[in-house]
Ligand binder design. Structure first.
Ligand code: SAM
Ligand code: SF4
Length: 336
């Protein structure tokens, strides 16, 4: 049974710097079947004796608490979220929570060609799929998996089943796939794809990888502006990308530049890990335990109060540009 909002307090998700949080990134598993060289180069390693991932009921309670506090958009992420056998039930359950208007999915796309119609039926309103290269060999080299053709078929299928736009994520890296920048632009010329270049973030699993391959998003922004692309306005539930459009292109380009100084000023998102910890920032904190308050419907009020007080401690910005690495082991544990 869903508890009416008025019975459980009226805290909205606003922090000490008047930022509103409309957007939750909810990781539902750490597990992944890819081995992206910037994320899980050695593949997913299960940790012995660690708590299992959130159950369907726990996930639904997270969604209800956030929705009651003003969250309108939930992104299901991971690890690879579609590896969960109950993925469709999870998507459906989150989509049915009162107040949730958008259920987005971030996926590596390995099941997309087969399952995207079911995702749509379950209530997934938008799909982001990671494609780090348009060259099958480079795709294999970066992801450790030879599934380029399946992922491409998945994108075509998404349009067939009625998605009007697909977002594609790519981590553009120096001396690996950065020479494909123009090819990616050409690819979206006549396709309604928002191509999003994510700047490589340093994690604990990287040794010299970051120094060798990090490419500043600022360089890409300058290239786009010089080629007639224009920066668009953001909406309240938009993600962190700076989005550019061009009159000659059907697609759009998004740049995600976490090292940029003002990246945090427009922060509108919180994260919950697959084991039930609230993360106020992608970088540098341990997370606040929520799982003990996800065990029954009656706990929703206390859960909301814990989330609200934690949010008041959210820092104004991360300190990456001042040399604080804020390093996490990898982003698969928190959904990127
Ligand atoms: N497995 C799904 C996928 O790959 O789309 C969802 C989880 S993945 C952690 C989410 C996003 O984070 C992906 O687009 C991935 O490219 C990005 N990501 C992972 N590690 C990263 C890193 N070190 N720097 C930048 N982006 C990263
Ligand atoms: Fe898996 Fe996504 Fe990480 Fe690649 S980026 S290893 S697909 S979680």
């Amino acid at each position: 049974m869903q508890i009416p909002i008025k019975n459980v307090g009226n805290e909205r998700l606003v922090d000490a710097f008047q930022r509103h949080y409309y957007y939750l990134r909810l990781s539902i598993t750490d597990q992944c079947n890819f081995r992206c060289n910037y994320c899980l180069p050695n593949g997913y390693q299960p940790e012995a004796n660690k708590p299992s991932f959130l159950t369907l009921s726990e996930i639904t309670r997270v969604a209800r608490a956030f929705a009651a506090m003003g969250t309108e958009k939930i992104r299901l992420t991971g690890g690879e979220p579609t590896l969960r056998k109950d993925f469709l039930t999870i998507a459906e359950s989150v989509a049915n929570v009162e107040g949730i208007r958008h259920v987005a999915l971030t996926t590596n796309g390995y099941r997309m060609a087969k399952d995207v119609a079911d995702w749509k039926r379950a209530g997934v309103t938008s799909v982001n799929v990671s494609v780090d290269s348009l060259d099958p060999r480079m795709f294999h080299q970066i992801t450790g998996i030879n599934k380029f053709d399946e992922v491409m078929r998945g994108i075509d299928r998404a349009f067939d089943v009625g998605y009007h736009k697909v977002k594609v994520n790519s981590v553009l890296m120096k001396n690996l796939n950065d020479h494909e920048f123009n090819q990616f632009l050409a690819w979206v010329k006549n396709r309604p794809i928002q191509m999003r270049f994510i700047e490589l973030m340093q994690t604990g699993e990287m040794d010299s990888f970051f120094e060798r391959h990090h490419l500043s998003g600022e360089i890409l922004a300058q290239k786009l502006l010089s080629q007639g692309w224009q920066l668009q306005q953001r909406a309240a539930t938009d993600g962190p990308a700076k989005v550019f459009s061009h009159p000659d292109y059907q697609g759009e380009i998004g740049l995600i530049m976490p090292y940029e100084k003002n990246f945090c000023a427009s922060c509108n998102r919180l994260r919950v890990s697959a084991k039930g910890k609230l993360h106020l920032c992608l970088f540098g904190e341990e997370g606040i335990e929520l799982r003990d308050l996800l065990q029954s419907e009656e706990q929703q009020g206390v859960l909301q109060s814990r989330i609200f007080s934690a949010l008041q401690g959210k820092r104004e910005h991360h300190y990456l540009h001042q040399g604080d690495s804020g390093i996490r082991n990898h982003l698969a544990s928190i959904g990127g």
